[in-house]
Unconditional design. Structure first.
Ligand SMILES: [Fe+2]
Ligand SMILES: [Fe+2]
Length: 141
């Protein structure tokens, strides 16, 4: 089963978005599992650091890709969607910095617990509308 087939997230009209969302979901699940296992030993903490960095990098690249597509087709709600990406990536950057500085599992858990709902909601709303617009634009041009 591919990562996308195993995803519980709503599917949108562009394949690259579905693939990226499933990858983010998988990284989040791996992070949750590490934290749920009371990851206080050094190896687990290092793995959490690697997963967090991978999630951050993945989201940054994914957001940039979506924004490039929105620019290419002159998507009218680009600024709104881009603003939401900027807000979330700033929060994620802050969470990564806090983890590196203090390594507080409880704090990280609290931050991560809001992300699955955010991801599902973002995919179902802004990403859904964006993917429809981009795919229709490409169908007629
Ligand atoms: Fe997305
Ligand atoms: Fe998005």
């Amino acid at each position: 089963m591919s990562v996308v087939e195993g995803s519980r997230l709503p599917q949108v009209a562009l394949a690259f978005m579905n693939e990226d969302h499933a990858r983010a979901e998988s990284l989040l699940q791996r992070l949750e599992a590490m934290i749920a296992n009371a990851a206080t030993d050094r190896e687990s903490r290092e793995e959490i650091g690697r997963l967090l960095a991978a999630l951050y990098e993945h989201c940054q690249q994914h957001f940039t890709h979506e924004e490039r597509e929105m620019e290419r087709v002159n998507f009218p709600a680009l600024a709104c969607h881009q603003g939401e990406h900027a807000r979330v990536i700033a929060q994620m950057d802050q969470a990564c910095r806090q983890w590196r500085a203090a390594g507080d599992v409880g704090h990280l858990y609290e931050y991560l617990s809001i992300l699955p709902d955010w991801l599902r909601n973002h995919v179902a709303t802004m990403d859904h509308v964006t993917a429809e617009f981009v795919s229709r634009h490409d169908e007629v041009s």
